[in-house]
Design a protein around this ligand. Structure first.
Ligand code: ADP
Ligand code: MG
Length: 217
């Protein structure tokens, strides 16, 4: 590998906070995966991104480092929302975001998924959060109940968008997007980019940068 190519894959080539760079090193994330190397520069510039890559390609850290960099931790409002197709995936994403955020002071990350009682979630929401990770049905329910306020949202992530649409979440996604500011950054990740995803992406994203990667390393 040419030296400049190796350098281009180092996280330290990105404008990331020192706490995030130190943490990536302690997690053993020594180099960016291809989808991270291709998507993080436009994500950190604030652009909308459509990222297509296989399972295991490192998509969570790609959008995770982006949304954590966009937070103003001194404002205790929901500034980033990650939508996932299932509770299992949402829990995994929340766990990875907490790992990535552990050297940042006081970042509150809350998972809100269906299939679990509403009461504890209402209680957690009353204490506030910077980042919410959830499934579309339950997030829409919180919006209807006015228990979740997305008016300060800066970053919206649609993770595994193809699966969310296959599962019939289109109407919920539309309702959620309608509750967010139009000036947000929108990041859409998907294993495939076919006829179900394209029209939705065209409505929800603004001049997106397309990143397609077929290898994991
Ligand atoms: P995807 O969402 O694309 O399926 P994940 O974001 O779940 O993939 O990442 C897959 C695995 O790779 C996770 O265990 C994650 O911790 C790890 N990982 C992600 N990025 C890196 C990296 N740059 N270096 C080492 N491991 C990484
Ligand atoms: Mg994933």
């Amino acid at each position: 590998m040419r030296p400049e190519a190796r350098h281009a894959k180092a996280f330290s080539s990105l404008p990331l906070a020192a706490e995030l760079l130190d943490n990536l090193e302690s997690l053993g994330y020594l180099a960016m995966t291809p989808i991270q190397a291709a998507s993080l520069p436009p994500i950190l510039r604030g652009q909308d991104v459509i990222g297509q890559g296989k399972t295991g390609s490192g998509k969570t850290a790609a959008f995770g480092l982006g949304l954590l960099s966009a937070l103003d931790v001194s404002r205790f409002q929901v500034q980033a929302l990650v939508l996932c197709p299932t509770r299992e995936l949402a829990d995994q994403v929340a766990e990875e975001l907490r790992r990535l955020a552990r050297m940042l002071a006081n970042v509150k990350i809350l998972a809100l998924c269906g299939g679990t009682p509403l009461g504890p979630q209402l209680n957690s929401l009353s204490h506030g959060a910077h980042v919410v990770v959830g499934t579309p049905g339950r997030i829409e329910e919180h919006l209807r109940k006015a228990s979740l306020d997305l008016s300060s949202l800066a970053v919206l992530v649609l993770d595994e968008a193809d699966r969310m649409l296959d599962m019939g979440f289109q109407a919920a996604l539309e309702a959620i997007v309608a509750a967010t500011p139009t000036a947000r950054q929108t990041l859409l990740f998907s294993a495939t980019y076919g006829d179900s995803v394209r029209p939705v992406a065209e409505r929800m994203l603004r001049e997106p940068v397309n990143v397609e990667v077929d290898s994991t390393h």
